[in-house]
Design a protein around this ligand. Structure first.
Ligand code: TYM
Length: 331
């Protein structure tokens, strides 16, 4: 079976609806037809100053959420990136294939280093996408299910794979991004021109999966819309309403067309109220299940250890090929 691989950073106390609809929901459905590898990108989470205790907690909460949303540890390797040391090792080799200019052109680096100035950003932030390329290439996956904001990193990954294959010998498979058009970018509820984001959304703009459902309902009811009254899908003219329609459609499986038709002649109040109910219905059991899983730390540790073992079988083999081709002596 071809492989599928993706990762998520443990940089918040909860995943949000952008993470879920843009990426992790696809992880769940792809497990059936692919050999799945899903990891928590804890190495990526230290490129900014962080609290070590929180990182540990958030890594565990991330694992629990993945299982609660339907990633099956029997079928999928779920692990923490730091538990598979091959990620950091391949990253070093790829660092040596990447020019500083190429790394500096990544929009994420430009955005994240803009505030304090490039001189004070960590080198880790600069080489972040190269570690991401290593994460991916180690497993030779066909697909990498992510949101739109990761597309540029996938392009770099393909460039580096090609460069290595060309310079040494064909070693890596060129991975394809798996990005669902409808949910590739979920927007902030309070500022619907910006993407929903752990680092930049204000609390009123972001719906966390582990939020108190009542508070999520309230955020939806007060989401920014427009002065028109018609529920209609038009991302240019009606960014807020269109974003709510996207979320509504993704969570219920109903088409946008069908939703639009059913709100004909009704106002935004009814529309938002119903979406709030739909979201509450979705997050309530998810939250309960996550907390249940978190209560059994030993079991979570064991899921991650088993996942890391499965991952290392594949990663170690790729890294051995790479080391051999680069000319390193056998250990
Ligand atoms: P991260 O942790 O920021 O986000 C995890 C996933 O959620 C998607 N996403 C969104 N999708 C739609 N709308 C949004 N508003 C939204 N916000 C986030 C992201 O696109 C991502 O798929 N660099 C990665 C983690 C990573 C990775 C990897 C991913 C590390 N190594 C290897 C794939 C393969 C990141 O920071 O994702």
């Amino acid at each position: 079976r071809p492989r599928v691989l993706s990762g998520i950073q443990p940089t918040a106390d909860s995943f949000h609806f952008g993470n879920y609809l843009g990426a992790t929901r696809q992880w769940v459905s792809l497990q059936d037809d692919f050999e799945p590898f899903f990891f928590i990108a804890d190495l990526h989470a230290i490129t900014n100053e962080h609290d070590p205790k929180k990182l540990t907690e958030r890594t565990l909460v991330s694992a629990a959420q993945l299982v609660a949303m339907g990633i099956d540890p029997e079928r999928s390797a779920i692990f923490a990136q730091s538990q598979v040391h091959e990620h950091a090792e391949l990253a070093w080799v790829l660092n040596s294939l990447t020019s500083v200019g190429e790394a500096r052109r990544m929009t994420q680096f430009k955005d994240k280093s803009a505030k304090g100035g490039e001189g004070s950003a960590s080198v880790g932030l600069l080489t972040y996408p190269i570690l991401q390329a290593a994460d991916i290439l180690l497993y030779r996956p066909q697909y990498v299910p992510v949101g739109e904001d990761q597309r540029q990193h996938l392009e770099l990954t393909r460039d580096l794979a090609q460069r290595f294959n060309h310079r040494y010998k064909k070693t890596f498979r060129l991975p394809e991004p798996y990005i669902l058009k409808e949910t590739a970018k979920i927007y902030d509820l309070a500022e619907p021109s910006r993407k929903m984001s752990k680092s930049s959304s204000s609390p009123s703009g972001i719906i966390d999966l582990l939020d108190d459902p009542k508070s999520s309902a309230k955020k939806i009811r007060s989401a920014v819309t427009d002065s028109d009254t018609v529920v209609r899908f038009d991302p240019e003219a009606k960014a807020g309403v269109s974003n709510l329609l996207t979320i509504y459609s993704a969570v219920t499986g109903r088409s946008i067309e069908d939703l639009v038709a059913s709100y004909e002649g009704k106002g935004y109040g009814d529309f938002k109220g119903d979406l709030a109910d739909v979201v509450v219905e979705f997050v309530t059991p998810f939250r309960d299940r996550t907390h249940e899983l978190l209560a059994d730390r030993a079991e979570l540790d064991s899921i991650l250890r088993r996942g890391a073992e499965k991952a290392r079988e594949v990663a170690a083999k790729t890294l051995a090929d790479v080391y051999d081709r680069v000319g390193f002596l056998k250990a």
